[in-house]
Design a binder for this molecule. Structure first.
Ligand code: FRU
Length: 496
């Protein structure tokens, strides 16, 4: 398929006169634009890519289609920061102008090699609406910030035998003096897999085979996207984004979902022994996360706070989606937990805190605003059902409800004039051991809420598109509870 036959496959270099300025002007007026979440000035953002702390700065790249709120020709957008919250927008990092990336520079990861940042990505090739192939490619950033595509790209041409054209999203790491590349793949029988290449120099790669994970995926899983691998607290952790999982109890309610594994990787023998297998997040808008090592050697994660094939209200304003806040990963009681990264505290401005007793009449936290952090402790809980409502007005509200009898927590986003995504349901839920205390930490930013419960034991990401007046915070309970809270107004971390 020649790329120029469709407007969808144009690069930013082919923008018409004043086209980009026009797009920027339409989307700049949006009330729903986040203030501290990485988001596009215009066009559509999806997966975080190439995440790195390199040469004293954080670099976040991301999938970006400039021209519309649709999945078209993907570029790598770029922001950087000396912390994890104040971002400078930089010129687009990878523009897919070459034949080996004719239909987009798809997702990938980066690795520092000999003082340079090696950025691995997939050159997407479409022959027709259904036929495709993939090349694995390399771009290199030096310490001056100059990004150059490797002259002998692609570093891996095409896909190995036994797999369809769906082979993508390289994650490269070093183990025992060798480099390994994991790729998400689809077998020719249309089931999902992870395949492995290895290399002595991080440039010349040999196909090793499929990673044998001792786990039966349901046959409905037709592709594994965005594999990630890292070591944390003596565990070998894998994260990936399977497509085709069917919902099961509280799990996998989104169109596509994210899984993590704890266990042991024997990369030389291509085996992974699973000790724990879980859904990573319980919210509506969480996909394709990637991790990397931060300034203090902590394991950090960003994810796409969005979902494919769902129409979002901001699409009408020529922009779509944002990334999650940065999160720090840990292992607690044999489970992976996600906490808001420490640097988010740098955004705090004014604060108000207080304590109150909540009964059937409920309680409110004042000073309504659009971009804040709320840290809450519910103590001496004597009720069965209680919770918190965000983005509250007379007609709207996002409802977080704890149910002690059933030992579950749920989040409901049905109650908005611009409700969306209803084809996948408006409620998400998780099991949670509920005693007398619960800790809730919330990050609200215009059209997104990220909710961390009990230090990241359960996390929900929800995009919502409230009316201008829907800013209130309300607590409710069917019995007595004490509640202490601190609310911090947060600064603008990225330009609109
Ligand atoms: C995941 C994904 C990746 C792909 C990219 C394209 O959201 O589908 O597999 O590389 O998005 O934008």
């Amino acid at each position: 398929m020649a790329r120029h036959t469709e407007l969808k496959y144009r690069t930013i270099f082919e923008a018409k006169e004043n086209e980009l300025e026009g797009l920027k002007a339409i989307s700049a007026n949006s009330r729903w634009k986040p203030a501290y979440h990485i988001h596009p000035q215009y066009g559509l953002i999806n997966d975080p890519n190439g995440l790195a702390y390199f040469n004293g700065e954080y670099h976040v790249f991301f999938q970006w289609f400039p021209f519309d709120a649709i999945h078209g020709m993907k570029h790598w957008g770029h922001v950087k920061s000396t912390d994890l919250v104040n971002w400078e927008r930089l010129p687009v990092a990878i523009v897919p102008v070459k034949d080996y990336e004719s239909h987009g520079a798809y997702s990938g990861a980066s690795l520092e090699v000999d003082g340079k940042l090696y950025m691995y990505y997939t050159g997407n090739i479409k022959y027709s609406a259904v036929e495709r192939s993939a090349n694995q490619c390399l771009a290199i950033m030096d310490k001056a910030g100059t990004i150059t595509k490797y002259a002998n790209n692609p570093i891996i041409e095409g896909v190995p035998e036994g797999y369809t054209g769906h082979v993508r999203d390289p994650k490269v790491f070093e183990r025992n003096g060798r480099y390994y590349m994991l790729l998400g793949a689809q077998r020719t029988d249309l089931t999902g897999a992870i395949i492995v290449y290895d290399s002595a120099n991080a440039i010349d790669w040999s196909f090793r085979g499929e990673l044998k994970i001792d786990l039966e995926f349901p046959d409905s899983v037709y592709m594994l996207e965005c594999p990630d691998f890292f070591e944390l607290d003596g565990q070998d952790v894998m994260i990936f984004s399977p497509q085709g999982l069917k919902e099961e109890g509280h799990d996998y309610h989104n169109l596509y979902n994210v899984i993590y594994l704890l266990g042991k990787l024997d990369i030389e023998n291509l085996t992974y022994q699973v000790e724990c297998y879980q859904e990573l997040e319980k919210g509506f808008d969480f996909y394709a996360p990637q991790t990397f090592v931060g300034k203090n050697k902590e394991r950090l994660l960003f994810s796409w706070a969005g979902m494919g094939e769902v129409e979002y209200p901001s699409d009408r304003e020529s922009w779509a989606h944002c990334l999650s806040v940065p999160r720090e990963l840990g292992i607690v009681n044999g489970k992976l937990v996600q906490k808001p990264a420490q640097d988010l505290k740098l955004l705090r401005q004014t604060s108000n805190s207080g304590e109150m007793t909540i009964s059937e009449t409920g309680g409110e936290i004042g000073n309504p605003s659009d971009q804040y952090e709320l840290d809450l402790n519910f103590n001496s809980i004597q009720s069965n059902k209680f919770g918190l409502e965000l983005f509250v007005s007379e007609t709207e509200g996002l409802v977080l409800e704890f149910d002690r009898e059933q030992q579950i927590v749920s989040l409901n986003r049905e109650n908005f004039e611009a409700a969306f995504g209803g084809e996948y349901g408006y409620v998400r839920s998780a099991e949670l051991a509920l005693g007398d205390n619960v800790k809730v930490q919330v990050f609200v930013d215009h059209s997104i809420a990220e909710i961390f419960i009990n230090d990241g034991e359960v996390v929900f990401t929800a995009r919502v598109f409230p009316k201008a007046e829907s800013k209130g915070i309300r607590m409710f309970s069917d019995g007595n509870i004490s509640c202490s809270y601190s609310k911090y107004e947060l600064a603008q971390g990225i330009s609109i």
